[in-house]
Design a protein around this ligand. Sequence first.
Ligand SMILES: Nc1ncnc2c1ncn2[C@@H]1O[C@H](COP(=O)(O)OP(=O)(O)OP(=O)(O)O)[C@@H](O)[C@H]1O
Ligand SMILES: [Mg+2]
Length: 434
Amino acid sequence: MLGKNKKQEEINIFDNIPTLADILLPDTLQERKDYLIMGYNKYTRVFAMTIYPEQTWVSWLDDLFHIGNVNISVKIEPSNNGNVINQLTKKLVQSQSEYATYSRQGNILHLPELEKQIGDLEDLRMLIQTNQDKLFFASIFISINAETLEDLNEKTKILESELNKKTAMIRTLIFRQVEGLKTMLPTGEVAIPNYERNMVAGGIATLIPISNPNLSHDKGIFIGRNMYTNAPVYVDTFIGPPTLPNPHVFICGTSGGGKSVALKTLTARNIATTGCGAFFIDVEGEYTNLTKMLGGKIIKIEQGKSAGVNPFELEPDTKGNKQFINILDKVAEIRGLLGTICRNYGRTLTGTENTEIEIVVNQLYSDKGITSDVNSLFEKKGGRLDNGKYAIGKIPKKMPTLTDFQRKLKERGNCDELANILIPFLRGNSLRYV
Ligand SMILES: Nc1ncnc2c1ncn2[C@@H]1O[C@H](COP(=O)(O)OP(=O)(O)OP(=O)(O)O)[C@@H](O)[C@H]1O
Ligand SMILES: [Mg+2]
């Protein structure tokens, strides 16, 4: 009897799926005089930029991101060229008549600044008139988020002082925080008016952020802490694409700024934690202690003294999980070395010399039975070593040297000049480094 004919209302299961609004909406939105509460530990303060630096530079806003949890919203609108030119002309005429009046009165106090103003206005008008530049209206709004009100106030102070350093100023939007928040949202809503500032295209370009606010890789070597957020900063130069296209590093800074310390820290920690190798070309002997501490070897390169580096030494290359000897790469390397030596004598390698280098290097290795097989780097059996000891396992073969190369080159008789140039670089001679 009970409710026999009553239709049970069906619950649509698709109504229970979270929507975009569910993800984005804050728990609450309470506006206070100069901040917003958007959840039990979410505080936000919105600012408008009121004074801009007279001159901006690329990425001048980027430093602000290091404060952490900072949003910057830049609204840019192109202006109407006709209007701009009319207004510039009006202003120009005004400045010129002021200039004329002051000079007639003999009042020279304001003349230099008026002269600069007239020059700037003329330049800008010419650039816009000839379509080489364009004027835009830009307004910048900044919001910072924090978990507590104290943290919000602390971050506000840092933000203000960072901008003061750049001779810029912000104003907290008093009783307009919600309006400010709406302006910050990427909905294209019209910005709170009266904070626009005119800028030419170059100035607008400097507003685009170019650096990564999160100054750390996910893994790697610990090199310090972020000054503002105190978060640890890791660097992994070998992280690879897409984060880094290659492991190259460029360290620059003022004299005494800590470049060497940074490089030493990076290298020592890399060696200690990842086991990778390092080589320093150290003209001033600055890295001697570090190398000793890390158990490295110091090779002194002096005129006439053998440094123990043989350019003909071969190292296995890896392709996939296979190792092989790349003799062609070695030919190119030797060609590069000889080319560098020749450049000191104001010449390059000739075609014949290039060919002869290829033939002789290949021959030197084939004489020793060295092929692309890694095992060909070793004698088949153990035996007596140079130092009088005996080895049971593999013994590395003695590699050819620059002296062997020069002798063979001379024997072949096709490149006498190159063979003669190399004489000072051979064993026992004045320029022998290798
Ligand atoms: N992270 C750091 N913490 C504390 N002191 C440091 C730090 N980095 C460098 N220093 C100090 O600054 C001094 C100069 O550093 P460093 O020699 O690395 O500068 P540099 O940039 O290599 O100088 P130069 O241009 O003269 O080669 C060091 O002796 C060191 O005491
Ligand atoms: Mg240094």
